[in-house]
Structures are given as structure tokens and as C-alpha cells.
Ligand binder design. Structure first.
Ligand code: PGA
Length: 249
């Protein structure tokens, strides 16, 4: 079964460094059955378009503006991202929800904007440690899905992947047990069934993210309920990331 492997470079690498990164990744993952996506900073997107055009590596943005165009200093629109050749955008990453105070309402608007411009969306959801300790993780993630997907039509879900990224696992080296990951994957799928239909549940792509690295990725990807991974820190080393991308199941 093929998986979706996404690298989120966050605010790392300069365009000049990304050139080598993108070319190495494209060469190393040639022939892999998995879908491979890299999300560099905005400043690298046009370069990514040139470098990755004839490769099997797709690329995307880490965020988009909720507005289409106009007087929004510092923002980058979905159509600009699409024009670079990008096919994806991450939306609702916990670093944006936390540090940049993005609300579910804003995230909902961003998803609509991305879809209207033909971008595929990786919607990130996930609880913090306090919520998990209070045994509220499931309720919390369900509420995020309800609010973030409000007004999104079922046929549009084909272009939306959900990434479960528990905040306490991001960049910490801690990962949930396989049992906990399976439980949350099921929770997410069941919520999609509740909001849409059994068919939507069946077709849904659900990813895991949070401290995925060379020593744990095999086990995580071997979990049948996991359709792929969103890798942060560990994708900065292109050789290691390529190894993860090439894994077969
Ligand atoms: P991490 O980040 O792999 O460094 O934990 C994942 C993410 O934030 O997408």
C-alpha cells in the first residue's frame, strides 16, 4: 500500500541550500511508489517549481493567506502558491494555531480559499499535553474537525488530508503508542463519517505527525490505519528523509 510522506521544513534552509536539498531528494526517491511532498518556506516555492518539475516529488506551502488578494501586507495568497507549481498547502499547523493565534474560524476560511484555488490541503489537528492528561484529546480533536471543516463539501474532501499531530509530540522525541495512534486515527475517521458519510470515511487520508524519525518511522508506517506521515525535524537531513520516503509496505 502506498503512503503519503510529507516533509515540513518549517523556517529552515535558505533558498541556496534548498537547491541541493530538492535535487538530492528528487534523485533519491526516483521509482518509489509512495507519494512524496516537501513543504519549504514561501521564498523557495518558485525554485521548487523549477527544480522538481519533472520529478515525482510534489511540493507545497506551510501556510496560506485566508484572503485572495489585495492590501494584506506580508501575506501570500493561494493563487500565488498555486502559480509556483505547488500542489499542497499545510493549514492549521499547531505552531500557527499556538504562536500566531490562528483560530478554527480562520483555518476554516483558509481551507476554503486553498480548495477554491485548486490546492490540496493537509489539515493539522491535535491536542496539547494538558488536554491529553485530562482525557479530553478525542473530544478536542473532534471539535477541531467540526469547526475547521464547516461548509466544506464532501466531494472537496478528496483534496483534504488530515494530519494528527499531538502538540506534545512535536519536536520532543515523544510519540504516542501505536495503540493511541490507531485510536485517534479511528476517532478522526468516525468523525468524518458522522459529518459526511461512510464513503467519505473510507476514502479519507489520515496522517500521523510529531517526532517521526529514522528510528520510529517504520513502526508508524506499518500501522494500517496510518496513510502517511508529516515529518518536521527529521526531514532536514535529506538523506534520512529520502530513506523514509522509499519505505515500502
Ligand atoms: P517534528 O515536527 O517532526 O519535528 O516533531 C512535525 C511537525 O510539526 O509537522
Amino acid at each position: 500500500m502506498k503512503k503519503l510522506i510529507i516533509g515540513n521544513l518549517k523556517m529552515n534552509t535558505k533558498p541556496s541550500e534548498f537547491k541541493n536539498y530538492a535535487m538530492t531528494l528528487a534523485t533519491k526517491v526516483k521509482g518509489t511508489k509512495n507519494d512524496v511532498v516537501v513543504c519549504p518556506p514561501f521564498t523557495h516555492l518558485h525554485l521548487a517549481g523549477e527544480l522538481l518539475e519533472h520529478s515525482k516529488v510534489e511540493f507545497g506551502a506551510q501556510n496560506i493567506s485566508d484572503e485572495e488578494k489585495g492590501a494584506f501586507t506580508g501575506e501570500v495568497s493561494a493563487s500565488m502558491i498555486k502559480d509556483s507549481g505547488a500542489t499542497y498547502t499545510i493549514i492549521g499547523h499547531s505552531e500557527r494555531r499556538g504562536k500566531y493565534k490562528e483560530t478554527d474560524r480562520l483555518i476554516n476560511k483558509k481551507i476554503k480559499t486553498a480548495l477554491a484555488n485548486g490546492l490540496k490541503v493537509v489539515l493539522c489537528v491535535g491536542e496539547n499535553l494538558q488536554t491529553r492528561t485530562a482525557k479530553q484529546a478525542t473530544a478536542f480533536v473532534k471539535k477541531q474537525l467540526d469547526e475547521d471543516l464547516k461548509g466544506i463539501y464532501e466531494n472537496e474532501l478528496d483534496s483534504v488530508a488530515i494530519a494528527y499531530e499531538p502538540i506534545w509530540a512535536i519536536g520532543t522525541g515523544k510519540v504516542p503508542t501505536n495503540k493511541d495512534i490507531t485510536k485517534m486515527m479511528e476517532t478522526i475517521r468516525n468523525e468524518i463519517e458522522y459529518l459526511y458519510s461512510a464513503k467519505a470515511k473510507e476514502k479519507l487520508t489520515v496522517l500521523y505527525g510529531g517526532s517521526v524519525n529514522l528510528s520510529n518511522y517504520k513502526k508508524i508506517l506499518a500501522n494500517d490505519t496510518v496513510n502517511g506521515v508529516l515529518v518536521g525535524g527529521a526531514c532536514l537531513d535529506v538523506e534520512n528523509f529520502a530513506i523514509m520516503c522509499k519505505e515500502t509496505y
